[in-house]
Design a protein around this ligand. Sequence first.
Ligand code: AAO
Length: 511
Amino acid sequence: MKFFLLLSLIGFCWAQYDPHTQYGRTAIVHLFEWRWVDIAKECERYLAPNGFAGVQVSPPNENIVVHSPSRPWWERYQPISYKICSRSGNEDEFRDMVNRCNNVGVRIYVDAVINHMCGVGAQAGQSSTCGSYFNPNNRDFPGVPYSGFDFNDGKCRTASGGIENYQDAAQVRDCRLSGLLDLALEKDYVRTKVADYMNHLIDIGVAGFRLDASKHMWPGDIKAILDKLHNLNTKWFSQGSRPFIFQEVIDLGGEAVSSNEYFGNGRVTEFKYGAKLGKVMRKWDGEKMSYLKNWGEGWGLMPSDRALVFVDNHDNQRGHGAGGASILTFWDARLYKMAVGFMLAHPYGFTRVMSSYYWPRNFQNGKDVNDWVGPPNNNGKTKEVSINPDSTCGNDWICEHRWRQIRNMVAFRNVVNGQPFANWWDNDSNQVAFGRGNKGFIVFNNDDWALSETLQTGLPAGTYCDVISGDKVDGNCTGIKVYVGNDGKAHFSISNSAEDPFIAIHAESKI
Ligand code: AAO
């Protein structure tokens, strides 16, 4: 009994699983490589009005400038210092963004790169985004400052100094990931420097962190850092709120490190989610949507209240990281919208929507040789996210979060929040439907033939607007109308050649 009391007490003070979203908001969006000035505007003009809970932002700290290839997106995963100074903007712009987003109830989550600094092969005097000097050869990063004592060179036991075998947990934690200089996070000095950086951001008003490369840090080292963190800024968060933590651990099974080692620290990215859902939607390996009936823990996924879920991320949408070819992205728009729709309708996990930019994908021998290309830019200066008259984005920003089907499913998730998974139906193939209590219902047709079924929706009688094919505007519907009878049943017809072969209705789409 005492033990459980203690546990719940710890759970209470250490609510690092709670994203601290504004009440009723349930999904965040990763605005990959966006500038702070654009995110500030997006919070006010789009995210808040459409019920988005928050934004994962690209690493805000100073990073190395890579010229070959020219300014790749991944240079931001090579820290030089913890000054808030990157191609997304300076500290003033970052502060302005956090203020303006919080003021409209949209939270900011920072991608924190704390496992390592730049690559061992970088050149002394190579430039950095804020001009801080560094010399990787003698491990000198005066901008922090870190020196030779602060890295794991002596601890790693591989000949190359890099991770050679993912079956050896000590290598994975103590050796270099992709040649990146591995910080000695068991040192209190290093922990303090990292915590100072994160506390600086917390004091500005961020709500939490994605911890990059968590698999490559010992869970106990992460905990020691988290123990040093401040509570969230009481200008926007209630007294005693702990920062939301989600750890990037790629665990598809079969390796020495597994996700559950990290549950004590916060949530963990569930990479099986997108890999498996992609297979189902593509009908690979004999998978079909009817098998999704017990989606979630029933599929071997981690506990829902520990999972941060997504269909794709900035790595696996371009062949980095893990998940492989099954991952769905904006490049496969039709299936992608269905997969994101399924994710947002389903109660499992805390959801993150991806928002990408275009790059000239170019496969050679199965590999995209342009997988490095950075955000839309003029001579290295990131372009503004311009907005077209039809509310989509210009300047090569894809803005999946602004696609009607995805934006409306974020609203759907908010409306059905807390409602149980209900009224499952399937045809033993790729036509499925389910509801969320008496608040929402969704029907998919991923078969090669038409769907025509009368289904129990669980919803009160009335006429509903399908939020996939249209919007409820001034009490009318610009898309398909669905008539729910007094018995809760409605007839659905979905052609297999429909632009978007799924239909979703909810309490607030009733007309
Ligand atoms: C760049 C260059 C490198 C250069 C380096 C230093 O590309 O050539 O050596 O600079 O100069 C990003 C880029 C990197 C880039 C880096 C720094 O992706 O290309 O390196 O910035 O600029 C592992 C980690 C995971 C990591 C992922 C990319 O575990 O943490 O690799 N993701 C994060 C970020 C990412 C970033 C970093 C970390 C570094 O999201 O953007 O890197 O800050 C297995 C393991 C995974 C492992 C993958 C890939 O996955 O399980 O843990 O991820 O391999 O190495 C099947 C398996 C699956 C397996 C997969 C691939 O799917 O089931 O388990 O195959 O083998």
